[in-house]
Design a protein around this ligand. Sequence first.
Ligand code: TXA
Ligand code: MG
Length: 356
Amino acid sequence: MKTLICKVNAEKPEQDIISRAGGILKEGGLVAFPTETVYGLGGNALDAAASEKIYAAKGRPSDNPLIVHIARMEDLEKIVTEVPKKAKILAEACWPGPLTMILPKSEEVPYETTGGLDSVAVRYPSHPVAQALILAAGGYVAAPSANTSGRPSPTTAAHVQEDLTGAVDMILDGGQVGIGIESTIVDFTEEIPTVLRPGYISLEKLKELLGEVKMDKGLLRADASQRPKAPGMKYRHYAPKAELTIVEGSTEYVVAYINQKAKEASKRGRQIGIIGTEETLPYYSSGVVRCIGSRKKEEGIALHLYEVLRDFDQCEVEAIYSESFDTPKMGQAIMNRLLKAAGHRVVQAEKKINNR
Ligand code: TXA
Ligand code: MG
C-alpha cells in the first residue's frame, strides 16, 4: 500500500486535506493523525472491517479494544447505553481533552472495535486536526496509538512513518504533539470510578471532581502481579530494544551506580544508554546520554519520554539505565510508562553502592 504523507496546519487544518482524509476513513481506509496526547491510527469505529484493518496494521492482538474518538458532546449518546452522572461531570470538566471514559456500549459499536467487550472507551480529543478529521469521517473514529504493537507511542509524524509506512493510506503530519503520553482512562462500568491508565489528568484532579476514585489494582507498583483491567495495560509496551533498568535512590547514588555500569561496559568495548536530566547531565562521564528534560518541568519529561526510548533503538547500546521520575502531578503516568518499558526492572542505588 502506498502511504500518502500530508503536512497539515495544526491550529487551522486545511479543509481540502481534511476532506480527503475524511473520505479515506469513510471508505474503510486508515489515516494516522495527531492528537494532543500521541498520534492515533484512525479507522471508522462503526465499521467492523476497518477495526480489523487497524489490528492488522499495528500487529495488535484483537482482544485489545480500541478507543472511539468523537468531536461533539452530543455524539456520545449513539454509542453508549448510559452516561452515569459522574461521567457527565467529568466530560463537562475535561472534554475536549486527554480523558478516555469506559461506558456500556450500544449496538452501534461492533465487537471488533471493543475487542469483544460490552463496554466502549470514548474520548473527545482537543487537537484541531483530530476534531476536524473525526467530523469529516462521520463522527466516530477508532484510534489506538499509531505505533506498531510493543513500540513506544509516536509523538511526531516521523515516528509514525518509522512504524506504519506501507500499512496505512495516509499520515497527517501536524508536528509534535503537546502532551506526549496517552490519555487518562477512567472506567465507569463499576460503582466507583476507577483509573485504568494514569495520564495528564491526575488522580488528585479526578478526586477533586468526582469524590471517591480508585486506581486499578493492576497499576499499583506493589501489585505488579495483578492483571490490569484495561486489556492493553497487560502487555509489555513501549519497550525499547535494549533492556531498560530504572535506578532509584538519592541523585548522587543513582549517578554513581549508572557511571559504574557505563565503566563496566566500556571495559568490554561496549556502551550503555543513559536517560538523565538537565540537572544530572554534567555528571555522566561515558555512555550514550540522552537528556529527558528538567526535573523542574514534568510536562517536558512526559513529552520527551517516548522520543528518548525510540532514539535508543537507533544506537548500539547493550542496556539502558534511567533515573526515576516521581514528579508531583504526572509522576504516576510517567512512571507507569517507564516501568512498563523496563518490564518492572528497578534497582535501588543505595544498596549496591553500600555493598561494594
Ligand atoms: O491518548 C490516547 O488515548 C491515544 C490517542 C490516539 O487518543 N490512544 C491510545 O489508544 O492510547 P491505545 O489503543 O493505544 O490504548 C487504549 C487502551 C488500551 O490499554 C485498551 O486495552 C484500553 O484502552 N481500553 C479500550 N477499550 C477498553 C474497554 N472497553 N475496557 C477497558 N479498557 C479498554
Ligand atoms: Mg497504545
